[in-house]
Design a protein around this ligand. Structure first.
Ligand SMILES: [Zn+2]
Length: 429
């Protein structure tokens, strides 16, 4: 650390002309050092961390991050929703702030990369700007959102706002969101002040690990995220007739589970039957009465569909319903579906996609356009203004696990793309 800062003091004298001769680059050793230091808070003996929001480990991680933000010259405050906001003044007072950031809370027994890479890289961007004495035209805000893993709570507070229902929810820590928000320094009386108006930001960029395996598999350095997929959930009930499994002949059964099995296979065939990257899953099932010697009379199962295009998954849902109707008649069973609960897709901005793509290519990196199958803070911030996301490879596609890993080189690449993108955005008229 000390050696590094001496090095920068040495470069200081040339920084007046260095400003004109950017490209600046991130300090990869420093980011990876920060990552390993952050990993100490909530460290598990089997590897990885349990830095669940509102726990002692979360508070320690946050205070570590606040220290780094201050070192990077950011003016740090906790907003009313408990998010850490580090601000850096811009050169043009007319311009709205550009936001960058992510989260540092983890799932129980999670890894050291989900959220951490994006948060520490955003701080690094601010540090590099400071060291190169670059004043952006836009004010810059580095934000570490609270409790992303518990339902994008902090970023939701900025976007749509938190209502009573959310505040009363129990979080993984055992505390309610209301209690937790206070624990991390939020102010419930002023909570509404954390919410921002649509159009109040210039944009938001988030660097994140892919949490899937496609970048590594295809040997691509950077994923340019097209958007965060929308999700449809519906509970499906299949009703047959529960009867004696020993005395009811095979041709006289109304077996709800057998019909459900055929249905599950059809869901897979329908989802894979059209081109595209949509996914569909039956993720849980309950059988009643649930005994060796009784033909299942009733089955309830959980259907989930995801895609970037809402029309696509609602269309698939209709096809699945029609198929269920047919299956029900064929098997003398009856299907019913609960009204679908839909989380709308959040698309990234086309111009931001281009900025990320060009920034990566200017660094000699290979890119591909891809959806995010997992949720992120960016989906909430998309309500306020244009957003962009940068993915780096997750080795083996493993995430939410102590085995989660991204290579130091990929982290460096991602952070440099974030830096380049911020600079390119700021230059854009
Ligand atoms: Zn995350």
């Amino acid at each position: 650390m000390r050696v590094t800062s001496l090095l920068f003091v040495g470069l200081w004298s040339v920084s007046s002309w260095a400003q004109a001769s950017l490209p600046a680059r991130v300090n990869a050793a420093r980011i990876n050092d920060h990552l390993s230091r952050l990993s100490e808070f909530g460290k598990n003996p089997q590897g990885g961390v349990s830095r669940v929001a509102y726990t002692e480990a979360d508070l320690q991680g946050r205070s570590y991050a606040i220290g780094l933000m201050k070192e990077a010259g950011l003016d740090v405050r906790i907003d009313a929703a408990g998010n850490i906001v580090g601000s850096r003044a811009g050169g043009d007072p007319q311009l709205k702030p550009l936001l960058i950031g992510s989260h540092i809370d983890s799932v129980p027994e999670g890894g050291n990369y989900d959220g951490d890479v994006g948060s520490l890289s955003a701080i690094e961007v601010a540090q590099v700007l400071r060291e190169n004495q670059v004043t952006l035209r836009h004010p810059l805000q580095v934000i570490i959102f609270q409790n992303e893993e518990g339902g994008t709570i902090g970023s939701r507070a900025l976007g749509v706002g938190l209502d009573e229902q959310h505040l009363n929810l129990n979080s993984q820590s055992g505390k309610t969101i209301r209690e937790g928000t206070q624990i991390v320094g939020g102010n419930l009386v002023q909570l509404a002040s954390a919410q921002r108006q649509p159009g109040s930001i210039a944009g938001y960029f988030e660097l994140h690990i892919e949490q899937g395996g496609s970048l590594e598999r295809e040997k691509i350095d950077i994923g340019v995220v097209e958007g965060i997929v929308g999700i449809l959930h519906s509970d499906v009930t299949v009703e047959g007739f529960a009867n004696h499994a020993g005395t009811t002949p095979m041709d006289q059964r109304r077996d709800a589970l057998l019909t459900a099995a055929r249905f599950i296979e059809k869901v897979n065939l329908i989802v894979t039957g059209i081109p595209g990257r949509q996914v569909g899953t039956v993720g849980w099932i309950r059988v009643a009465p649930g005994a060796y010697n009784v033909i299942p009379g009733k089955v309830v199962l959980g259907l989930e569909l995801r895609d970037l295009d809402e029309r696509k998954f609602t269309g698939l849902f209709e096809s699945i319903r029609a198929e269920a109707e047919r299956l029900g008649q064929l098997n003398q069973t009856h299907f019913s579906f609960t009204d679908p609960v839909i989380t709308h897709p959040a698309l990234t901005d086309k111009g931001f996609q281009k900025l990320v793509d060009e920034s990566a290519k200017s660094l000699g990196l290979r890119t591909k356009l891809m959806p995010s199958g997992a949720g992120h803070d960016a989906q909430e911030i998309a309500r306020l203004g244009p957003v962009g996301m940068i993915f780096i490879p997750s080795i083996g596609g493993i995430s939410h696990s102590p085995k989660e890993f991204s290579r130091p080189q990929d982290i460096e690449n991602g952070a440099n793309v974030l830096l380049e993108t911020v600079l390119a955005f700021d230059k854009r008229q």
